[in-house]
Design a binder for this molecule. Sequence first.
Ligand SMILES: Cc1ncc(COP(=O)(O)O)c(C=O)c1O
Length: 386
Amino acid sequence: MIQLSEGANRIYGEAAFEVLAKAQELEKQGKSILHFEIGEPDIETPKNIAHVGIQAIQDKKTHYVPSIGILKLRKAVQDEIEKTRGYRPDLEQVIITPGLKPGIFFSMLAIVNPGDEVIYPDPGYPTYGSVTSLIGAKGVMIPLLEENEFRMNPDDIKNKITKKTKLIIVNSPQNPTGSVMTKSEIEAIAELAEEHDIYVISDEIYSKMTYETCHYTPTARDKAKERTVLLDGFSKYYAMTGWRLGYMVVPPTMAGRLQDFLVSAISCTAAFTQWAGIEALTGSQSFIHDMMTRFKERRDKIVEGLNSVPGFSCQAPKGAFYAFPNIKKTNMNSQDCAEHLLYKAGVAILPGTAFGPYGEGYLRFSYATTLENISAAIMRIQESFE
Ligand SMILES: Cc1ncc(COP(=O)(O)O)c(C=O)c1O
């Protein structure tokens, strides 16, 4: 019988969209569901940004543009990196993509060969493992432990490096745990990569979403000129998930190859979206501060609430908008507990195992929702266990 490719059978999806579909099915049957499964801000894109995007469509910015992005946005990203990461990349290093995700996909395809080893966090963002598997490389997971506040430990990475290690993926602030790595941990990883001649991809989609701490990048060490790739985007802290806009800062040797990936796969990122992105980077930034003030209040509320549920315990995450409670004392596994909460309490969340085997015993709550929903969810969860 005719067969699909081996890669097609190895790539995999994301549980968040599956749980959303199940939750929506229950809603169609008239059940009330509180949503904590999807990782996106509940807040609308700021008006000034949306306005520039709409104006750009009216100004007929609706045609093909250069595959690596329009010059004005690439220059704005150069300024942004200088302001936020402390080094100024060359223009040739900056590439615009439709969301951050294609940046993961294309840079991994550009770096990793079948049989290579890729080190990434577990629990971690599913795309890292999925693309590793698609390529036919071996995923080497670094467990994120609660006793280390779910931060990736550079010593664990060191112990897992072999001759086949080609790439380390770092994600801080982290999805699904909300952990934020320290400066010395980030530097230690960058040093290890240099010592062993390994690439680093740093997924910094939550870079502006920290609470009591700061965000650091492993790309500062080589200024993304040799072995590190910085990925960031507009989805989360500008509340622009649906606009599809992100960027990469890559070593010059990789830039030309990535351009050909983009030409072959997407032609270019939508022009009007890029104009909106220029406004996001160069306009008022007060939106982010206001959003993070609200998110901090929500974080405190959900952490307090989860800690009041018998069998649950939850650390306060230092970044992003995810809480990752330990549910081991309920004597349920993550999947059963997630289903219990969906069907018995009408609260949609993700099992920790949706992010890898080390997520067993945990759940992920995306608390980008109202304080009222958080209170209601905690009540429902408590009642469901009575
Ligand atoms: C760690 C991480 N990287 C990348 C993405 C995807 O970002 P984008 O929507 O810009 O492609 C997400 C979205 O949830 C994420 O959590």
